[in-house]
Write a protein that binds this ligand. Structure first.
Ligand SMILES: NC(=O)c1ccc[n+]([C@@H]2O[C@H](COP(=O)([O-])OP(=O)(O)OC[C@H]3O[C@@H](n4cnc5c(N)ncnc54)[C@H](OP(=O)(O)O)[C@@H]3O)[C@@H](O)[C@H]2O)c1
Length: 325
């Protein structure tokens, strides 16, 4: 039986599809309806195992029933598709309407899983956004921490509604799973960095590469950033799909680094770039985010394979190959 990965055009989903296919799984994925066939999906269809093992469907989270055909007959689902911060910013509907729509869309997918009668396990891909934005003063957070949505609203964070939507969706899917007996696991990962097969450079990778692009506005985002290599995240998803008994939330994050450390690694390994000077880095204003621990995931038996240098080597190599650097 197959696994479903929605939003196959995305950075994380496309790497996860590649990983599952390499491990012998059949995969169903979705792209948003594209009546004029403008979307380049050759990076998916040209994967070596794709002709035999990858099926691509069209579906949109705003119409959850559109996922029925994709989910039919599958045993695992990784829910990666999500309205991203830029989508919240570009949609003219009231932000609260967008958050409610995102919650309804996700619950609609869970209802489609119930209807399928074959779905065994669902992974909901969340974000540190659902953990760290609260009034707790600690250096390291684990799965017991939750973003406080009232605090997040008051903070007027530019990503506020994305943060609130990820938090409220997580709470809603956990409650729905308990009420309907669904085997649902939450994967809370930090900033994902590493190689990519999709043709676009995601906003999160652009932020990770801010010191190379000289994008000073994004430096504060990296003051104390937790990160994970895209391949470690994909392997963690496969691990959690296969494991007999994961429960609840799992943080997936291998490293927490300062922007000073990132610049030090880059200057040692990629002298071709002009990087911010130490003086520039001392001028950065912003608050320090707490680190996070993946102890719960590692106690289950998962091992991380990559460090921060591997993450940057991977993304820089792909950016050079695809002409972004
Ligand atoms: N990248 C990170 O560092 C990071 C960190 C924390 C959490 N996450 C979470 O990880 C997941 C994937 O992130 P990513 O970095 O891979 O993002 P991405 O590259 O922007 O991919 C997002 C995917 O979601 C799809 N999507 C958006 N709205 C949709 C809708 N209404 N219906 C169907 N599909 C829709 C997009 O489709 P289109 O291609 O058609 O736009 C795209 O395929 C998200 O849930 C995100 O919140 C990512």
């Amino acid at each position: 039986m197959s696994n479903v990965i929605q939003g196959g055009t995305g950075f994380i989903a496309s790497w996860l599809i590649k990983t599952l296919l390499e491990q012998g799984y059949s995969v169903h994925t979705t792209i948003r309806p594209d009546p004029e066939n403008k979307k380049d999906i050759s990076f998916l269809t040209s994967l070596p195992e794709a002709p035999d093992k990858l099926k691509i469907f069209t579906a949109d989270l705003r119409y959850p029933d559109s996922f029925d055909a994709t989910i039919q007959g599958c045993k695992g689902l990784v829910h990666t598709a999500s309205p991203m911060p830029n989508e919240f910013a570009s949609d003219e509907s009231h932000e609260e309407v967008l958050v409610l729509r995102a919650i309804d869309g996700t619950l609609g997918i869970l209802k489609a899983c119930l209807r399928s009668e074959t779905m065994k396990r669902i992974l909901y891909i969340s974000s540190m956004a659902s953990v760290y934005l609260n009034n707790e003063k600690v250096d390291v957070m684990d799965e017991s921490f939750w973003t406080d949505v009232d605090y997040a609203s008051e903070m007027k964070d530019p990503f506020g509604f994305y943060i609130i939507s990820k938090t409220l969706i997580e709470k809603a899917v956990l409650q729905f799973a308990v009420e309907h007996g669904l085997d649902l696991v939450i994967v809370i990962h930090s900033l994902v960095v590493g190689p990519f097969i999709c043709p676009t450079l995601s906003d999160s990778l652009k932020a990770a590469l801010a010191p190379i692009f000289g994008k000073k506005d994004d430096y504060s985002f990296l003051i104390n950033m937790s990160m994970v290599h895209v391949d470690d995240l994909a392997k963690a998803c496969v691990f959690l799909l296969e494991h007999p008994g994961p429960t609840g939330r799992y943080i997936c994050s291998s490293d927490t680094v300062t922007i000073q450390k990132i610049v030090e690694i880059l200057s040692n390994t990629h002298p071709e770039f002009t990087l911010p000077t130490p003086e520039t880095l001392t001028e950065i204003e912003g608050s320090k985010m707490p680190g996070v621990t993946s102890k719960k995931l590692m106690d289950l038996g998962f091992k991380f394979n990559y460090g921060v240098q591997d993450m940057y080597d991977g993304v820089i190599k792909c950016c050079k190959e695809k002409g972004f650097l």
